[in-house]
Design a protein around this ligand. Structure first.
Ligand SMILES: [Zn+2]
Ligand SMILES: [Zn+2]
Ligand SMILES: [Zn+2]
Ligand SMILES: [Zn+2]
Ligand SMILES: [Zn+2]
Length: 446
């Protein structure tokens, strides 16, 4: 039985353009592979060792399907000694094809992706594995996780995309400017098939973060107690009863402005505050309900905070997942602790650095209990580690790892730089000695 070379005949006007586009795309993939390592700043797309095998397949094209006997080169002549690399059976008669020194029955030359025979004249090679061109594109051309389309090529003809350093969420660069919502907590972009919840103050929250979100002041009290217990477990008990309120973004920003000796280094987004002035703050009294993609029915209440000690209150943004809320609480409570214990006028890098260390340590006891050698803190974490709905889900666990990653990799000098320096000191000398040294000198021990 003769096996005929399959030719795909296309009408020139209609199909040649799509064929050309496909070639341009293959070209772009190949060039992106070559260029990716040379492009600082742009997150690159890389497939190890993979390449499009244009030169190879071109050289194979004419003799690849030897039709009948005469014009076939010597080494393609059928003989009983050839073994099909697909089915491992002898190739006795009929057609076969050679590829990279191996031989196949036509029906055994199959795409590594879909497993079906490759009958087209052109195919893609990755290492020694052949693919249908379309299967290779499906496999290798990155798809956007926001709009779910193939990521387009840029003006230079390269596939350029953004990729979140922790979540590895890949997306078209255009979504950074087309009002695609970003979760205020985990930073992931909203995908077009999964709408986020609007918190009503310009922030959006994804469903994973919403799962453990803390929505009102009453809701947050048990977590606040757990954080205070965590401090106590490290011999940093606070005797004063400092009120803690959950607030909207607007209220938090206003309170920050109302602080006379406020941070000079106010970050762009404020997550929490340790108040030292007497102020009237509007807090969230009753949690809102979720209606559609919004929150409805929230009740707030203005509250005048009077000074009973050097710290008047701790404020935290509402609507954040439990682990992030706790991390913020630990940071702000550490500011309070420093103030109440008489640490004054620390430079922001030292102060916020050590506050971030407390935040990080608390997350550590929640996310990986027993990791640090902190017997007292670890025993506390077992009682406080389960969230309101019982044990932590794997999504919540991953979120906790993200918050730790964020603290450790923050690029600002006071938060990120401060954390890395303070954490190094704590790892070397322990928390107590580090704090004593800060108390005496205002600086971290070297
Ligand atoms: Zn075979
Ligand atoms: Zn295939
Ligand atoms: Zn996209
Ligand atoms: Zn989120
Ligand atoms: Zn701070």
């Amino acid at each position: 039985m003769a096996w005929r070379v399959p030719f795909i005949i296309r009408s020139v006007d209609e199909h040649s353009r799509t064929l050309k586009e496909k070639e341009e795309l293959d070209d772009a993939i190949a060039r992106s592979l070559a260029e990716v390592s040379k492009r600082p700043g742009a997150y690159g797309w890389k497939e190890k060792d993979d390449e499009l095998a244009r030169p190879l397949q071109d050289s194979l094209k004419p003799p690849i399907w030897p039709p009948y006997a005469p014009p076939v080169p010597q080494y393609y002549r059928p003989s009983g000694t050839r073994i099909c690399d697909g089915c491992k059976q002898d190739i006795h008669y009929g057609n076969y094809l050679g590829c990279m020194g191996t031989f196949f029955h036509p029906q055994c030359f199959c795409c590594r992706s879909c497993g079906r025979p490759i009958v087209e004249n052109e195919f893609s090679l990755s290492g020694r594995d052949p693919y249908h061109k379309s299967c290779f594109k499906e496999l290798a051309h990155p798809k956007c996780e926001v709009c779910h389309q193939f990521i387009p090529t840029n003006r230079a003809g390269l596939i350029e995309y953004r990729c979140h350093p922790f979540w590895s969420q890949k997306y078209c660069p255009s979504h950074e400017h087309d009002n695609t919502a970003r979760c205020c907590s985990c930073e992931r972009l909203e995908s077009w098939d999964a709408r986020y919840i609007s918190l009503g103050d310009g922030r959006s929250l994804c469903f994973e973060c919403l799962e453990s979100a803390i929505m009102d002041t009453g809701d947050c009290q048990s977590l606040y107690h757990a954080i205070r217990d965590f401090f106590e477990g490290m011999n940093m008990k606070l005797d004063q009863q400092i009120p803690m309120l959950l607030v909207e973004r607007q209220a938090l920003n206003e309170a920050a402005v109302g602080e006379k000796n406020g941070h000079h280094h106010m970050p762009k987004t404020i997550w929490g505050l340790c108040l030292t002035e007497e102020q009237t703050v509007t807090s969230i009294l009753k949690r809102p309900r979720i209606g559609g993609h919004q929150l409805i029915g929230m009740r707030t209440q203005p509250q005048t905070l009077t000074r009973r000690c050097a710290v008047t209150a701790i404020l935290v943004l509402f609507g954040l997942p439990r682990l992030l809320t706790g991390a913020i609480l630990a940071h702000e409570l550490m500011h309070g602790w420093l103030r109440l214990k008489g640490y004054r006028n620390l430079n922001p890098e030292v102060e916020d650095g050590i506050c971030e260390v407390l935040s990080y340590m608390w997350l550590e006891t929640e996310v990986m209990p027993g990791f640090r050698n902190m017997p007292s803190a670890a025993s506390i974490s077992t009682s406080s580690s389960s969230s309101k709905r019982g044990g932590k889900s794997s999504a919540e666990q991953k979120l906790g790892e993200f918050f730790m990653h964020k603290i450790a990799n923050d690029s600002s000098s006071s938060y990120g730089g401060g954390f890395r320096a303070a954490n190094a000191a704590v790892n070397k000398y322990g928390l107590r000695r580090t704090l004593d040294h800060i108390g005496m000198t205002g600086n971290l021990p070297l």
